[in-house]
Design a protein around this ligand. Structure first.
Ligand SMILES: C[S@@+](CC[C@H](N)C(=O)[O-])C[C@H]1O[C@@H](n2cnc3c(N)ncnc32)[C@H](O)[C@@H]1O
Length: 259
């Protein structure tokens, strides 16, 4: 039986209460500052405030992660609210991670279909998932658990039975409104796909490990962790989202292929 702990509160305060070197893997998507309609959090802060929040998160994660631990941070390029110039949040986050002593192992491009179609620039169809490690020479990487099917069975370069290595470009469908409605989670504006988080958890943690999401939202990370036999901790400012996470864990963790 694995544990899933849901904590309501500010993650910077709550992270300070966690034991040092106790978490093997942190996975999260923080607020993007895109004026998203969260219930409590105001997603419209000055970029300097955003940087402070991300920096404080890195600092606490550096302490709570095990020496071989990883941190996966999902962020997107966003248009500036006034000029509409594109701000590469992933590049900004990389600099902050580096300053806090982390090493970037991969910048994964999460590609998807179905988003806005702007008429003055190309349509954005990716977000970044930055994979940071504490120690560039020592980290958990279960490659065999995340192999993908070979393209050509007769290709002599690959052992068809064990599959190919995944690349740093991933395709996962976004969680659309129909799925949200079916699962009763329409009140959260941006939910990442559970199958993408399952890949990360398989790759960078082992059964029985502790997985943490400091901005847990609707609880996707905790759900993926539970399905894969990992213990988990999720933090969110909002009581309603914590409740949503609790309900999802009850309702969805026994269902297979629901998204
Ligand atoms: C992008 S959403 C996360 C969505 C999540 N990945 C999912 O699949 O549902 C970011 C979340 O961070 C929460 N949040 C914002 N500031 C926070 C803070 N300082 N501490 C904890 N949670 C915070 C918001 O309430 C929101 O639910």
């Amino acid at each position: 039986m694995v544990e899933a702990n849901i904590i309501q509160g500010d993650c910077i305060k709550e992270l300070k209460k966690l034991k040092s070197k106790s978490i093997r893997l942190a996975v999260t998507s923080p607020p993007y500052n895109l004026k998203k309609d969260y219930l409590l959090y105001i997603d419209d802060v000055h970029i300097d405030e955003w940087k402070k929040l991300i920096s404080a998160t890195f600092k606490e994660l550096k302490r709570v992660l095990t020496p071989d631990g990883s941190f996966f941070l999902n962020v997107s390029p966003i248009p500036d609210k006034k000029t509409k110039e594109i701000i590469p949040l992933d590049s900004i986050a990389w600099g902050i991670g580096k300053k806090n002593g982390f090493f970037l192992r991969n910048k994964i491009i999460w590609h998807f279909n179905n988003m806005q179609n702007p008429t003055k620039r190309l349509a954005g169809r990716w977000e970044a998932v930055l994979w940071f490690v504490k120690d560039i020479n020592n980290y958990v990487f279960n490659l065999k658990d995340v192999k993908i099917p070979v393209i050509t069975q007769n290709d002599k370069r690959f052992d068809a039975s064990s599959g190919r290595n995944p690349t740093d470009v991933w395709f996962f469908n976004r969680v659309n409104n129909m799925t949200k409605k079916k699962l009763g989670i329409t009140e959260h504006p941006c939910i990442y796909p559970v199958d993408m988080i399952e890949r990360i958890i398989k790759m960078s943690s082992n059964k029985g490990d502790w997985v943490l999401d400091p901005f847990v939202g609707s609880g996707t990370t905790l759900l993926a962790a539970k399905k894969l036999g990992r213990n988990s901790i999720g933090i969110d400012l909002d009581k309603k989202y914590c409740e949503m996470t609790r309900n999802r864990l009850k309702k969805e963790s026994n269902l297979k292929d629901f998204m």
